[in-house]
Write a protein that binds this ligand. Structure first.
Ligand SMILES: [Zn+2]
Length: 132
């Protein structure tokens, strides 16, 4: 413990300043910066990532968690929107709990649509048979 107190922490960008390396910040990102050296040689952009964790918010219950737990669920993509309604905001970034609630509903709706199209096909078939 006593050795840790003698140590100082230096930010990587402060280190560059101490070494006399001049940098230009190209872009300020949400979780870091993209910079490059001002020298002629090393001019390709470099990324410095801040030690932060990105969080997603569940669009149903508002729970915030890591991208591993709350993410866009492709199998229920835009489940709350009518077909062709592009102004509607799809609520498909979900936590596992909400996903488990939504998924059976979406599956049942899909099944019902499939069945109704099947019924329509049979009705059409019957109509054609009557004509003959
Ligand atoms: Zn949720």
């Amino acid at each position: 413990m006593s050795t840790a107190l003698n140590k100082k922490l230096e930010h990587p960008l402060d280190r560059l300043k101490r070494l006399g390396v001049e940098i230009v910040i190209k872009r300020d990102l949400q979780d870091g910066i993209i910079y490059r050296y001002t020298g002629v040689g090393n001019s390709h952009p470099r990324l410095f990532k801040n030690p932060v964790t990105k969080l997603n918010t569940c669009q149903l219950c508002g729970r915030m968690s890591t991208l591993k737990k709350v993410y866009l669920r492709n199998d229920v993509y835009r489940w709350n929107c009518e077909n062709g309604d592009y102004k509607c905001e799809g609520k498909d970034t979900l936590c596992t709990g909400c996903w488990n609630k939504v998924r059976p509903l979406v599956m049942r709706e899909r099944e019902a649509k499939e069945l109704s199209s099947f019924i329509n096909r049979i009705k059409k078939e019957i109509r054609n048979e009557r004509k003959n």
